[in-house]
Ligand binder design. Structure first.
Ligand code: GTP
Ligand code: MG
Length: 138
């Protein structure tokens, strides 16, 4: 089985959507094997999204991710990385398929409710960014 990192972003935690989003993961067959609610500093958010540091929206993304609580989770299952991205839907909610999290809940391309790792290597790095091995309970 595979593991991936998910973040429920501040726009969603503010609107009390944590449970509704977690249900989407579980309904898709993903198991939540670690979870915590934290608030990132702008420095921590910037470090997490460092790959995007040269993009024009980097400052906006960093400040948004530090603007309120986030719920970071490790999801486990068969093809968890791809399955999670499928359940999330396209980055821009306007392009997201019916039934996806971003279609139902996202407010804009920036405030798009969830993050999910995009590949095996990044999943490993992103899980280690937030969790120690002891915190993962399958
Ligand atoms: P993540 O799972 O969050 O990484 O989303 P993604 O993989 O679907 O998108 P990508 O990695 O390309 O972009 C990372 C994040 O940057 C997105 O989820 C958005 O929150 C944000 N982002 C992307 N494009 C824009 C944009 O044009 N404007 C703003 N404000 N934010 C953007
Ligand atoms: Mg991405």
């Amino acid at each position: 089985v595979e593991r991936t990192l998910s973040i429920i972003k501040p726009d969603a935690t503010k609107r009390n959507l944590t449970g509704a989003i977690a249900k989407k993961f579980e309904d898709a067959g993903l198991r939540i094997v670690a979870a915590k609610r934290i608030q990132l500093t702008p420095e921590q958010a910037g470090k997490f999204y460092e790959v995007h540091k040269d993009r024009p929206f980097f400052g906006e993304l960093r400040d948004f991710m530090a603007s309120g609580p986030v719920v970071v989770q490790v999801l486990e299952g068969e093809n968890a990385i791809a399955k999670n991205r499928e359940v999330m839907g396209a980055t821009n909610p306007k392009d997201a398929a019916e039934g996806t999290i971003r279609k139902e809940f996202a407010q804009s391309v920036g405030e798009n409710s969830v993050h999910g790792s995009d590949a095996a290597e990044t999943a490993k790095e992103e899980i280690a960014f937030f969790f120690s091995g002891l915190e993962l309970v399958g």
